[in-house]
Design a protein around this ligand. Structure first.
Ligand SMILES: NC(=O)c1ccc[n+]([C@@H]2O[C@H](COP(=O)([O-])OP(=O)(O)OC[C@H]3O[C@@H](n4cnc5c(N)ncnc54)[C@H](O)[C@@H]3O)[C@@H](O)[C@H]2O)c1
Length: 283
C-alpha cells in the first residue's frame, strides 16, 4: 500500500452500506476494498455491524485502513455523526460514496404505502442527509467527490414490479445533476453510477435460469459483478476524473445501448423465429 501511484492516496472516503449481507461481494464492500487498495482511509458506514466488520477484516488483512461506523442512512443524527467520525478519525473528508439501496415489490396499483416511503427514504432521502453533512467538510478541505448509486431501473423501465425503486433511482439521477451544479464552484464533483444486472449481494438469491436470462440481455453476454461497479467508483472518486461532474455512468455491459428486439432469439437471416415471443411485458 506504499506506492506513490495509488490513486486515492491520502484521501478519506465514506462508503455507506460498506458491509455485505450475503456471501457474495456487495457493491459497497467491493468499492470499500478497492478504495483502500488505492490508498484511501475508509469509513465503513452500515446499519449492521457484523456486515461491516467482514469488509473491515478484508481491508486490514491486505494492509489497508478501514474502520466501522454503525448507523442508519435514514437518520439525520446518524449521518451527522458519521461525517464527524470520519473527520475525527482521519482528519478530513474527500470522498462520499452513497451505496445503500433496497427494493420492495409493487406497482402503482398495489405497492404498500409504507414500502414506498421506506424505499424513497433509504435510496433517495439518505443521499440528501449524508451529503448535507459531508459537503461542508469537503469545502473546508478544498473540495471532494460524491458518487451516488442509481440503477438502470432509474433510466428505463423493466418488467420488475418495483415502482418505488424505479422512482427512487430516477430521483438519484436528478439529485446527482442538481448537486453537481450547486456545488461545482466548491470544487465538489457529483457523479452517479447506474449498474445493470449484477450478480452481487443485493441480487444473490436469483436462480441460474434467471441469471442466464440477465446475461443474455446485454451486448457482451456476460454477467456483471460488484467489482465492475467498484472500478468505475474508483475512477469517479479519483483525480483522474477531475473534469467530470453531473454524469450518469451505466455499468451494464451495453444493456441500455440495445433496443428491445436486439435480445430476442433470431435465426441467421436476422428474422425472429417466433414473432409471438414477448420477452418484455408482463402477460
Ligand atoms: N445487484 C444489482 O443487480 C444492482 C443493480 C443496480 C443497482 N444496485 C444498487 O447497488 C446497491 C447495492 O449495494 P450492495 O450490493 O452493497 O447491497 P447489500 O444488500 O449487500 O447492502 C450493503 C449494506 O447496506 C446495509 N444497509 C442496508 N440498509 C441500510 C441503512 N438504512 N443504513 C445503513 N446501511 C444499510 C446492509 O446492512 C448491507 O451490509 C444498491 O444501491 C442497489 O440499488 C444493485
Amino acid at each position: 500500500m506504499s506506492s506513490s501511484r495509488l490513486r486515492l492516496k491520502n484521501k478519506t472516503a465514506i462508503v455507506t452500506g460498506g458491509g455485505t449481507k450475503s456471501a457474495l461481494a456487495g457493491t459497497g464492500q467491493a468499492i470499500a476494498i478497492l478504495y483502500a487498495r488505492e490508498g484511501a482511509r475508509v469509513l465503513l458506514m452500515d446499519i449492521d455491524e457484523a456486515n461491516a466488520l467482514k469488509t473491515q477484516e478484508t481491508i486490514r488483512k491486505e494492509g489497508g485502513e478501514a474502520s466501522v461506523f454503525v448507523g442508519d442512512v435514514t437518520r439525520h443524527e446518524d449521518c451527522r455523526a458519521m461525517v464527524n467520525a470520519a473527520v475525527s478519525r482521519y482528519g478530513c473528508l474527500n470522498i462520499l460514496f452513497n451505496n445503500v439501496g433496497i427494493s420492495r415489490p409493487g406497482t402503482a396499483v398495489d405497492v404498500k404505502e409504507e414500502d414506498w416511503d421506506t424505499v424513497l427514504d433509504v435510496n433517495l432521502k439518505s443521499i440528501m442527509l449524508t451529503s448535507r453533512h459531508a459537503i461542508p467538510m469537503m469545502i473546508e478541505g478544498g473540495g471532494g467527490a460524491i458518487v451516488n448509486v442509481s440503477s438502470i431501473d432509474g433510466l428505463r423501465a423493466g418488467w420488475s414490479r418495483n415502482i418505488s425503486y424505479a422512482a427512487a433511482k430516477a430521483g438519484v439521477i436528478g439529485m446527482t445533476r442538481n448537486m453537481a451544479i450547486q456545488h461545482g464552484r466548491d470544487n465538489i464533483r457529483v457523479n452517479c453510477i447506474a449498474p445493470g444486472h449484477l450478480n452481487a449481494s443485493l441480487t444473490s438469491g436469483l436462480s441460474e435460469s434467471h441469471r442466464e436470462m440477465r446475461r443474455r440481455a446485454n451486448a457482451l453476454g456476460t454477467e456483471g459483478t460488484a467489482w465492475d461497479v467498484a472500478w468505475a467508483a474508483v475512477f469517479l472518486a479519483s483525480d483522474e476524473s477531475r473534469w467530470i461532474t453531473g454524469v450518469v455512468l451505466p455499468v451494464d455491459a451495453g444493456t441500455l445501448a440495445a433496443h428491445p428486439l436486439s435480445i430476442m432469439p433470431r435465426d441467421d437471416t436476422g428474422i425472429l423465429p417466433d414473432p409471438d415471443i414477448d420477452l418484455h411485458f408482463p402477460p
